[in-house]
Design a protein around this ligand. Structure first.
Ligand SMILES: *Cc1c(COP(=O)(O)O)cnc(C)c1O
Length: 394
């Protein structure tokens, strides 16, 4: 058991930090709890009283306006969840069955599932050690080596499939370094869809994450920075795409007072008014959540600064993170050591979490094309998320 003493000392040091910053837990301390301290009750009650609890109603429209105004996106289209938002976003920019889509190997499974649900194949690429998101330089080298540019577009030379989109994801709220990625995408003429599910409230060079690509997806699942129970949104600055997003997510029904005419196969993905009511109340509290999450992150960063074996993952330079989940990295990444540390933290009630299993290691994605994933593999073995609920920094 050569690792045991070192792991014990990391666990002890982390437990000290947790006790000092957020602890000790009263029973268990979840990773991220939603908070309903605003007008949730009154908005949801008003929604019920209006009888408009389903996909038509003033809260859905209001929620979309609030999202657009907050993010600076010209349009927001509210949908049932973040995965649906991503799926529709990919479809909007022309991802077709048989295409390939570049996604980070280090992401939540929804990023790849949305690609598969379009009939396309995810093509996994590596992460940047600072942002934890898609890394531009290795992607440039990988594309140079892998693709062929012709009148058909950009094709994977090995599989023959068209590369139809690039999907950077802003990991735990830390923005991806977008400038070099956008330049690369433009060079090849490949559209960018941002998976901004974790980054409501984050900015890159002063502009909101999710407003850089042609389209972006947000999520309002129960564990995200704001929640609608379940929910998501499509962001875009393109009026045509926004119109089409609304059409495709509302059964492609042609507006008419009574006739049911639908002009293509489409989805019933509209966010119910009831969920949007919750969302409107949550949006009012977002600035306060963000402020408390920054305070909590600063406390963690300060308390962790003296440790030799673990480091805090700060927001990347030039960005402002929403610090959705606070993240630390073991400086000697090792999955066994990571799991022993997690076991010690859970033992004391701190429900810390490892990062996701790399998507290329999941059974359904094992045979997908991929680049070298050295950094993603290191991050997988080294990253831990610490309890990050806004209420921990009251
Ligand atoms: C949460 C999340 C999604 C999907 O959101 P749901 O609303 O749960 O469908 C997509 N991508 C990432 C990276 C996420 O964290």
């Amino acid at each position: 058991m050569p690792h045991l003493p070192a792991t014990d000392s990391i666990s002890a040091a982390l437990l000290d930090v947790l006790d000092q910053v957020v602890g000790p837990p009263d029973g268990v301390m979840p990773l991220h709890e939603p908070e309903f301290g605003g007008q949730e009750h009154s908005f949801v009650r008003a929604c019920i009283d209006s009888t408009f609890v389903s996909s038509v109603g003033k809260f859905v429209d209001d929620f979309e306006l609030r999202l657009a105004s907050y993010t600076g996106a010209a349009y927001a289209v509210a949908v049932v969840n973040g995965t649906a938002a991503l799926q529709v976003a990919l479809r909007l920019i022309g991802v077709e069955p048989g295409d390939e889509v570049i996604v980070p190997a280090l992401s939540f499974v929804a990023t790849a599932n949305a690609v598969s649900q379009c009939g396309a194949v995810p093509h996994f690429v590596d992460s940047d050690p600072v942002t934890m998101g898609m890394a531009a330089a290795p992607l440039a080298a990988h594309l140079e080596e892998t693709v062929e540019v012709s009148s058909q577009g950009v094709c994977n030379r090995v599989t023959g499939r068209r590369i139809a989109a690039i999907v950077p994801m802003h990991t735990f709220g830390h923005p991806v370094d977008l400038d070099p990625l956008l330049a690369l995408a433009e060079h090849y003429g490949i559209p960018v869809v941002e998976d901004a599910a974790e980054s409501l409230g984050s900015t890159y060079h002063g502009r909101h994450a999710g407003t850089f690509g042609q389209v972006a997806a947000l999520s309002f699942n129960g564990n995200k920075i704001i929640t609608t129970g379940g929910g998501g949104a499509i962001l875009t600055n393109d009026a045509e795409l926004a119109k089409r997003a609304k059409h495709l997510t509302t059964t492609a029904k042609l507006p008419h007072r009574w006739a049911f005419v639908h002009d293509e196969v489409a989805w019933n993905y509209r966010l119910p008014n009831l969920n949007a009511a919750l969302g409107c109340a949550q949006m009012e509290q977002l600035p306060d959540f963000l402020e408390r999450k920054r305070t909590l992150a600063a406390r963690y960063q300060q308390a962790l600064s003296g440790l030799g074996e673990v480091r805090f993952m700060p927001e990347p330079a030039g960005s402002r993170s929403n610090y959705w989940l606070n993240t630390v990295e073991l400086l000697q990444p090792d999955i066994g050591a990571r799991d022993r540390v997690l076991a010690a933290l859970h033992e004391r009630g701190y429900l810390a979490r490892p990062v996701w299993t790399l998507l290329n290691e999941l059974p359904m994605y094992r045979d997908c094309p991929r680049a070298a994933l050295d950094v993603a593999e290191r991050l997988q073995a080294g990253l831990l998320n610490l309890p990050s609920s806004p209420k921990l920094a009251r």
